[in-house]
Design a protein around this ligand. Sequence first.
Ligand SMILES: Nc1ncnc2c1ncn2[C@@H]1O[C@H](COP(=O)(O)OP(=O)(O)O)[C@@H](O)[C@H]1O
Ligand SMILES: [Mg+2]
Length: 322
Amino acid sequence: MDSVPIIWAVGGGKGGVGKSVVSTILAFWLARMEKRTVLIDVDLGGANLHTLLGIKSPPRTLNDFITRKFGSLEEICIDTEAKNLRLISGSSEVLSLANPHFSQKVKLINHFSKLDADYVVVDLGAGTSFNVLDFFLAAHEKIMVLTPEPTSIQNAYIFVRNAVYRKLSRLSSKNPSLQALVKIAMDPKNELKVRTIKELFEFIQESSGKDVVAPIEKEIGEIRPAVITNMVKDNKEKNAGRIVQIVAEKYLMIQSTNLGSVFHDRQIFSMVSDMVSLITLDQSSHAFANIYEIVTKLLGDRDVSIEDKRKHPSVKTENLIS
Ligand SMILES: Nc1ncnc2c1ncn2[C@@H]1O[C@H](COP(=O)(O)OP(=O)(O)O)[C@@H](O)[C@H]1O
Ligand SMILES: [Mg+2]
């Protein structure tokens, strides 16, 4: 049966929280579980995923696809040391790629689904630019990585908040008065005193009626991010992800899943510094074991089954706005 791959995107705002490390180990375990996996570096400004896999200078990168040297993503996939795991390297040299044209972004997202793979793990860059948010929103599984540091918790919240507003502005793109309202509501100190998504929905309902607000509420409710707390040093710190979960539910009407935590692992730190491939790491190490649990959770107890997702690829590029 021809099927589209399931796309996992890994984002979360702040740089340095471990998005690339977590993406790599997630992809490693998927591959180890016999899932044909492609790991893609979409950190279009500061690609470094190849170094985490011990590849010094990737022979082909996303740039070769964007500049049409190759017509498909298949052609720029690089084999890694691990069976079932291939890499599409980002390109750090080409600055123009940090801000791809809208059409290039849509093309890329569409091509993810054409890869000959069971799973595609997309490592997003830092920040909350439209580029990052659109890749995040297009994925089947929207994974956010944060650390227990207060600024990282705050950044993760801002990330999901911006994702919600990005989706809201897309959903209202054909309704100018609604779009104006969303724009006003995005300013936390707006004059309408709309402070939360709940209040915004109430406002839309009053001004435009239930028929307008209901489909929007439904679409926003489908965002459902999954949160990972990385670099945890003790049990107390494990709950950082819960904070984002609670706040997102209260203010954004977003239900999220807490995927649990990953311990701070000295081995990882030194391997990254020494540019040693992470997939040669002792798999009984703490962080590897934690991420194994997370993969099992992601594969197992999500409420939408994998088969359902395959039938309904959520890569809705028609919803993107430039
Ligand atoms: N679980 C972990 N234990 C120890 N060090 C980690 C862990 N996760 C990430 N790191 C370290 O944090 C740094 C940043 O990780 P990286 O994945 O590049 O972050 P990001 O992609 O979010 O910018 C790396 O130097 C890496 O060694
Ligand atoms: Mg990174």
